[in-house]
Design a protein around this ligand. Structure first.
Ligand code: SF4
Ligand code: SF4
Length: 501
């Protein structure tokens, strides 16, 4: 057993209002520069919808993440090392600018310099890439709040097996918002695919970063990341990605997206995990969520604590792991689920599925949205949202999603009984009243110290960390390493027109 600590996040989708404040504050902080106009380290998508970049979940097209070969071993979906080397100058699996969008500004000068006339002057859109006038036809939030969903949502890859059913229920408004950042995976495909060893995972906190000095712009990380959370800076020709705001994290402060989140949906904490179990979990044949949970270690277990100390994890980090809201939501209450576990990267941003569409539908069916029985009934009846949520959060395991929603429904029902002075019934979901109330405090009314439990980086780690940061924490054979960097000018984006969902 080799124990490592990982900074991780949980987002409660029930509370996301889709305001995109997180995206804007992140952009203002990290990507408000030339060359990264189209880059969104944090973006918020409407589901069902095609997401950003377009259809990022369509791995048949992008070939991101990992798959099992015939003998059950993990392989990058992008192909073997020789194939990747052979296609390094013409990688067929890269998104182009049209799959993101052509960023625009407006000709504001026309508003103040236009000659006097009968018409109001107009600020026409100008391409932020070429400076030329352009027509805006696509953007990262184009299908926000199901706008144009009749046209776009049907091409959501998660709906592939259920298009007919959803076509009718869409009018009854089944939707939720999905904020996304880099998953800072335990088994990151981006790190494994990088031929220059520029992508790396920090040993002390698991944050995945790009060494800008080593990056040669091969962009293998972009195609290998199944979440499409690495971008190319079109001016420097180097990869850039969400840094989990590591300078803030090192000082014990929450990420910008979390601190400014209007819905207070985000939780940050430390998870201890067994590095030796990572490959096995990523290569699990089924029950992928359970397999990933099997990597996480109980910070209250004396044997785990002793090994963690032996592996150099500071005592305040072990204490933070005990207080971690992520541990509580992922392991104690088991209400958080990973995003697309079938990509096998073992993502470390987990999501609490939204109960609201179920409550809406329960009411529409004539039930009481505060009654656990009616909600349970609604959950089992509503096959469409459950199947959809299962596609997104469990790799298709509907029972797992239903189990989480039932816990959330039981919590609501219990708290309603407590608030109205009625004797609460037994939850029926395996949680005691005290646990339901503790879960409620964490999910509904938690203050900043409960939502963000972030130990500071130890200054004395600095030298060791700097030495380590030239490599990768994962020395398991799953992380393919290739030859050293070969200097080459990275090709710029091809601007291919006419690609729309
Ligand atoms: S989500 Fe982040 S860590 Fe995971 S593969 Fe993509 S870029 Fe790498
Ligand atoms: S700021 Fe919070 S509530 Fe608003 S879109 Fe982002 S995650 Fe959702």
């Amino acid at each position: 057993m080799r124990i490592r600590a990982q900074m991780a996040m949980v987002m409660n989708l029930d509370k996301c209002i889709g305001c995109s404040t997180c995206s804007v504050t992140c952009k203002q902080t990290w990507t408000n520069r030339d060359g990264v106009e189209y880059v969104w380290f944090n973006n918020v998508e409407t589901k069902p919808g095609v997401g950003y970049p377009i259809q990022w979940e369509q791995q048949l097209r992008w070939r991101g993440g990992w798959k099992l070969d015939r003998s059950g071993r993990l392989r990058l979906r992008a192909g073997r090392k020789l194939w990747r080397l052979a296609t390094i100058f013409a990688n067929p699996n890269l998104p182009v600018l049209d799959d993101y969008y052509e960023p625009a500004t407006y000709d504001y000068d026309a508003l103040v310099s236009a000659p006097a006339g009968n018409q109001m002057p107009v600020a026409r859109p100008l391409s932020a890439i070429t400076g030329q006038p352009m027509k805006i036809t696509w953007g990262p939030n184009w299908d926000d709040d199901l706008g144009g969903s009749q046209l776009y949502a049907r091409t959501d890859p998660n709906l592939a097996a259920m298009t007919q059913k959803v076509k009718f229920s869409l009018e009854q408004t089944f939707m939720f918002h999905l904020p996304r950042i880099c998953e800072h995976c335990l088994n990151p495909a981006c790190v494994a695919a990088c031929p220059s060893a520029a992508m790396y995972k920090r040993e002390n906190d698991g944050i995945v970063l790009v060494d800008q000095n080593k990056c040669r712009g091969w962009r293998m990380c972009i195609s290998a990341c199944p979440y499409k959370k690495v971008y190319l800076n079109r001016l420097t020709s180097t990869a850039e990605k969400c840094t989990f705001c590591f300078p803030r994290i090192e000082e014990g402060t929450a990420t910008v997206c979390s601190e400014t989140c209007v819905g207070r949906i985000r939780y940050i904490g430390v998870m201890l995990y067994d590095l030796d179990k990572v490959e096995q979990a990523a290569a699990a044949k089924d029950n992928l969520v359970e397999a990933q949970r099997g990597c996480f270690l109980n910070p209250f277990d004396p044997a785990v604590v002793a090994q963690a100390e032996a592996d150099g994890i500071p005592s305040d980090w072990i204490e933070a792991a005990r207080q971690s809201p992520v541990w509580a939501l992922v392991m104690k209450y088991q209400v958080a689920l990973p995003l697309h576990p079938e990509y096998r990267t073992l993502p470390m941003v987990w999501y609490i599925p939204p109960l609201s569409p179920i409550l809406e539908a329960t009411t529409a069916l004539g039930g009481d949205s505060a009654s656990a029985d009616d909600i349970f009934h609604g959950i089992t009846q509503l096959r469409i949202p459950l199947e959809y949520l299962a596609q997104v959060l469990t790799g298709g395991d509907v029972d797992l999603v239903a189990g989480v929603l039932m816990k959330l429904a039981a919590m609501r029902s219990h708290m309603r009984a407590v608030t109205t002075g009625v004797d609460p019934e037994a939850s029926g979901v395996g949680l005691e009243a005290s646990e339901l109330e503790a879960m409620y405090r964490l999910l509904a009314i938690a203050k900043i110290p409960d939502r963000f439990v972030i130990p500071k980086r130890h200054k004395e780690e600095g030298a060791a960390l700097a030495a380590w940061e030239s490599g990768c924490v994962l020395d398991a054979p799953t992380t393919v390493r290739m030859a050293g960097p070969v200097p080459v000018a990275a090709p710029q984006f091809a601007n291919r027109s006419g690609r729309r969902p």
